[in-house]
Design a protein around this ligand. Structure first.
Ligand code: ZN
Ligand code: ZN
Length: 840
């Protein structure tokens, strides 16, 4: 009769409906069961899924299905990171509201994800642009404001006049706006900040908790971004003035080599230093130019170092020598104190600057003596010497090892209050305000009488108007929308204006994973019991491009929410998997390269199961994956091969709803011959697949083992299908294939599982174990040595005793030859390994 041709469209739609009907992926917190929370980074609703999404979510889905079969209560949700600029641009282009564009895209993408058969609890779906989501974000913002963790500050920003908005550093390309290509200038603007720096130390320290669970390189990237450096703050007296210059340095050991001072163009002392000097106008012009450069370029290593002399001097606190004070383009006000003690002999930037302007250079560290007797001479050096060594030209500190001298020099200066040990971080506070429309409104009002006033909790959410039109010129319509802007002050009742800046979209993605635990809750952001049960995320999966900001902001946000009393959690993500990219012809898929493979057309042609199987088989999850047409055809062929095997066995009447890995009693006792071989292969496959899943989800290894088992079934089926024991063995082995393959290709496996006569869903079945004794081999290989040298190898029955082994060994031709004319003194049998004959 046959099952007919394998038709993935029909099979997949059928099972997607059944899973929805049976609600088998919907979960609730249940303290009596162990939980497992697996999460893929949620997508921006661009409207179309791409292969990167398919890879990310397929990995997550296999993990979810596997853990469910291991008996865990698995939370696996999906949602939408729905605010952001693309929606605004699309709305301008299509003369619509960003909300309309966004919700239509969400509907499209949800349909595409459902078509892939992912086992999400769709009841928990959330979209960050919905007021019932951002309401809580506004509440957090106000609580953080109250706690002093949110503040407003005038600070330099990248400003595009064409778009009339602030640009993030990433949106400035070679000094130009990524959107309109207009020139980007630096402007001072009132901005809202989150005080992430208050958590810098904890963010560094708690990386220890992630050791082993996160990729090492991500931990390193986080460390470098936070950039903790231990050093000292040193004080330099300005000559002929009461002013001092404070400098942070990690190299106080090189202080005697500090021959000049470099200030940032924005340093507040500059104007005082140049006042009334002939240099004043030149310095001011230079400062204006530098202030207009974008900050990324100013910080770049390859920046051409430029500066100007102020005419003023300060005094080196150790040597007492005068140091000319310059303004330099590479010194940034935001980092350290905006002043750098220049040590040209031992710092490369200072070296370049000193050579260009012919400034004095003093060597104060010589390489250690064992380095071939190299002696540095300032007049002939071609680059700064930055390695360790021994102090010279440093007075009382001469001869000290430079790292030891750091402490000694700071201690010495501290006696006169000229130094104090200081820890410095590279991390800056998080600027969260944007002059954009499509974002969560910042919930404060500006009152002429009361200043900045928080919107009372009872008036949250401050809704983003859904009737405003996005403006042609890209500006936010909010400042001109009187129905939004004009309001009354909650404190004095007088007229007030609403804040029209919206929040950075990173604000929404920093806590969505917590909201999933109680996504439908209306009277609070979280159900405390559900939050406590489900968090932390046991396995987080996403691209390496989020290794810094998203993960850092989320880690900070959880700590801040902890300090507001919402949770006791310190870290949100226990384990992190950063999946590799999907490439085609060696390059990342992109429209501009014309190498995009559309998942929807692959699903139409080969089905969701084959697409999932290929993408999981082609490469281990953390490595890049090269798309291959032959590869997906191969995946499709394999699924057809499983289908036909099941069909053939069913037609032969050899299939019974047995197994997987059935007990010996179901086989009618210990099998022998090919039945025994197949059973061994079956149990060995369970062992291999389980090990591959447990060892960092090596799906490709697991799938390869399943392919081998299917091959073995094809090779042995004709000799087995006609005997009761053989048929039972085949049924068990097929059940094992379907069970172990079901996380990867769930639809086909469910269908064939049903065809075998099983009643329950595979999706709710337990993962099989394996029987050690079934792995035992009938025969094992023994090495035979004569006087310690290998002279032969033997196959002996696994159960053979010492005497039997001895007898077989003494019949081996080559062994006998080496014993010729010798007397056997001793014969040692190491069971399962070797036989050693001592003769002479
Ligand atoms: Zn622009
Ligand atoms: Zn007021």
């Amino acid at each position: 009769m046959g099952f007919g041709k394998y038709d993935p469209q029909q099979v997949e739609e059928k099972w997607q409906e059944r899973w929805t009907e049976s609600r088998c992926f919907e979960v609730e917190a249940d303290a009596s069961r162990p939980k497992y929370y697996v999460l893929e980074m949620f997508p921006y609703p661009s409207g179309k899924i791409h292969m990167g999404h398919v890879r990310n979510y397929s990995i997550g889905d296999v993990v979810a299905r596997y853990k469910r079969m291991r008996g865990m209560n698995v939370l696996h949700p999906m949602g939408w990171d729905a605010f952001g600029l693309p929606a605004e641009n699309a709305a301008i282009k299509n003369k619509t509201h960003p909300a309309a564009w966004t919700y239509a895209n969400i509907a499209d993408m949800r349909r595409q994800l459902k078509r892939l058969g992912y086992s999400y609890d769709w009841r928990r779906e959330l979209a960050t642009c919905r007021p019932e989501y951002y309401k809580w974000e506004q509440q957090f913002f106000l609580k953080l404001l109250e706690k002093g963790l949110v503040y407003r500050k005038n600070s330099p920003v990248n400003w595009c006049e064409g778009c009339n908005t602030v640009l993030a550093n990433e949106q400035v390309e070679e000094g130009r706006c990524w959107r309109c290509d207009g020139e980007v200038e630096q402007k001072q603007l009132e901005q809202w900040f989150l005080k992430i720096t208050a958590y810098a130390e904890e963010l560094i320290d708690d990386l220890k908790l992630l050791d082993g669970g996160w990729p090492e390189r991500v931990i390193t990237m986080q460390q470098n971004w936070i950039g903790k450096s231990v050093g000292a703050q040193l004080t330099f007296q300005v000559k002929g003035s009461a002013e001092t210059i404070e400098v942070f340095t990690t190299r106080p050991d090189t202080l005697c080599g500090a021959t000049f001072m470099s200030l940032a163009a924005e340093h507040p002392l500059v104007e005082k230093l140049i006042k009334g000097r002939p240099e004043a106008e030149r310095v001011r012009a230079f400062c204006r130019d530098v202030a207009n450069m974008d900050r990324i370029r100013r910080g770049a290593d390859d920046l051409e170092k430029e500066g100007v002399f102020t005419g003023a001097y300060c005094v080196n606190p150790l040597t007492g020598r005068d140091m000319p004070i310059h303004v330099a383009n590479f010194v940034l006000m935001g980092y350290g104190t905006g002043a750098v003690m220049a040590v040209p002999a031992h710092d490369q930037r200072d070296f370049e600057f000193a050579r260009k302007y012919d400034l004095p250079m003093q060597v104060v560290i010589q390489p250690p003596g064992n380095k071939g007797g190299e002696t540095l001479d300032a007049s002939t050096m071609t680059a700064a010497y930055v390695d360790p060594g021994i102090l010279v030209n440093s007075g009382r500190f001469d001869g000290q090892e430079n790292n030891a001298a750091k402490q000694a020099i700071v201690d010495h200066l501290a006696q006169n209050n000229l130094a104090k040990p200081t820890v410095h971080y590279r991390l800056r506070d998080w600027g969260v305000s944007r002059q954009r429309f499509w974002g969560a409104p910042i919930p404060v009002v500006h009152c002429e009488r009361c200043g900045i006033v928080p919107v009372p909790d009872s008036q949250l959410p401050v809704r983003l108007p859904e009737d405003a039109q996005a403006r042609e010129d890209g500006r936010s319509p909010l400042p001109l929308l009187s129905s939004f802007v004009n309001t009354t002050c909650p404190t004095c009742g007088g007229p007030a204006r609403r804040e029209t800046d919206t929040m950075d979209t990173f604000m929404e993605s920093s806590w969505y994973f917590m909201r999933y635990t109680s996504a439908r809750k209306e009277d609070g952001p979280f159900d405390p019991a559900a939050l406590k049960y489900w968090m932390p995320v046991d396995q987080y999966i996403g691209g390496i491009e989020h290794a810094i900001l998203h993960l850092l902001y989320s880690r900070f946000y959880v700590k801040a929410l902890r300090d507001l009393g919402y949770t006791e959690l310190a870290e949100p993500f226990q384990n992190l998997l950063t999946q590799g990219m999907v490439l085609k012809d060696g390059a990342k898929m992109s429209k501009s390269k014309g190498n995009v493979v559309d998942p929807n057309s692959m699903i139409e042609r080969y089905g969701a199961d084959a697409t999932r199987l290929f993408i999981l088989f082609a490469s281990p999850p953390e490595k890049d994956l090269e798309w291959s047409d032959a590869g997906i055809e191969g995946a499709y062929r394999f699924l057809n091969r499983v289908w036909r095997l099941a069909e053939e066995l069913a037609d032969a009447g050899a299939l019974a709803p047995l197994g997987p890995v059935v007990a010996l009693s179901e086989l009618g006792g210990e099998p022998s011959g090919p039945a025994r071989d197949l059973r061994r292969k079956e149990h060995d496959t369970v062992r291999k697949v389980t090990r591959a899943m447990e060892n960092k989800f090596q799906f490709n290894t697991a799938i390869a083992a399943l392919m081998e088992l299917v091959n073995e079934m094809y090779a042995l089926k004709d000799g087995l299908k006609d005997t009761p024991q053989g048929a039972a063995t085949l049924s068990s082995a097929l059940s094992t294939v379907l069970t172990l393959l079901s996380p990867v290709a769930p639809h086909l496996c469910e269908e064939l599982w049903g065809c075998m006569g099983h009643r329950e869903h595979l999706a709710t079945l337990s993962w099989p174990g394996f029987d050690e004794s079934a792995l035992a081999l009938d025969e094992i290989e023994l090495v035979v040595q004569v006087n310690g040298k290998v002279r032969g190898r033997l196959m002996v029955p696994a159960a053979a005793d010492q005497e039997a082994v001895r007898q077989v060994a003494m019949t081996h031709e080559n062994v006998l030859r080496h014993l010729e004319g010798k007397a056997i003194r001793k014969l040692i049998v190491v069971p399962g390994k070797l036989v050693n004959v001592v003769a002479g």
